[in-house]
Design a protein around this ligand. Sequence first.
Ligand code: PLP
Length: 405
Amino acid sequence: MTIEHLMGERLKALRDEQQDRRFFALDKSRELGPTRYKERGTGRVIDVWCTNDYLGQSLSPTVSDAALRIIAESGVGTGSVRSISGTTSVHLELEGAVAKFHSKEAALVFNSGFICNESCLYVLGRNIPGLVILSDEKNHASMAHGIINSRAEKVVFRHNDVEHLEAALKSIPVERPKLVVFESVYSMDGTVSPIREVVALAKKYGAMTYLDEVHAVGMYGATGGGVSQELGVQGEIDIVQGTFGKALGTIGGYVATTSVIREFLIQHAPGFIFSTSMPTGVIAASLQSLKEIVDAVELRKAHRANVQKVRDLLELDGHVVMSKASHIIPVFIGIATLATRATALLMEKHRIFAQAIKPPSVKSGQERLRITPMPQHSDEQVQRLRHALAEIANLSPARKEARAS
Ligand code: PLP
């Protein structure tokens, strides 16, 4: 049997179980705004309810202008990795702005949030002798990969379970260095971690903390610094990790931390050292978006109001909303084939895009639709979503059970 033959069989099995990932090609435009995309081929206009461009920043004209200005001036690619000739003044300016944004000494930008997590945790696990990494079971794949690749000793604690975390911390000899790795907002479940409690435990047991604020940056806190900012514990976190790819509407990842840790990463992180740096156009766009996000108080308020409205209506209609803790609304489906059908039906009949979330993003049996309202969604769009979801709800046994009880 050839390798391709083997792959073909595996792909067929995935398709048969409808566990495969499917793309829809949808084009954005300024004309349609951030909540509506045009379907490739048919030209149909689709309401989008599953983007991580939570605040619509990707279409901010001033963000685009910042990119266009610098591209006109200095072109596109940087032509090298950061340490050769790929560091420009805007790269450093952005890092300065990110450090200030999270009230940290320093920051380091990577080409994506994934590369950042993978690379930083690899570096820590690989280079700190005897390090034990304590990781929440629901941590994103980027963190899981970094930890596994580092070959450091790893302890996985139950999701958001501080008692389990404490038991694990207690069982590790005091003299061993420890790192607690967790997220603030868990993007597939919509849950929010008990940051204060985790920080208190880390202090008690002498552990360092690494917090992924990818889905919270721009969304929580007075200036959008994340949940840790909202709770006033930003200063207590050793390494805050974030992305420009979600609420900031561009692309790239970063850590905000101490100058020593930044320098250590510059010297050791493969994903930083060995990859061409991001184009200045993207960097300038991120810098502009960051400036705008700091002041986007009204946008954050409008966003929360829309999330509340959508969630209340879906609950009223009997949908199983899996968590109410954040701006992410996971609607339980529970069967891959049903989730796939639901997405297809929403798209074909209702011109609504809500991508089915399936393994490996969630466990089998935990399939769901992940609804992410934006401040720009109109009442009319909300009503259309409600009407469409009411129809697909009849496909779901979970919904039927909920109704019967
Ligand atoms: N961390 C979390 C929790 C994520 O959900 C994601 C992406 O979805 C990432 C990191 C990776 O970020 P990026 O999309 O910038 O690569």
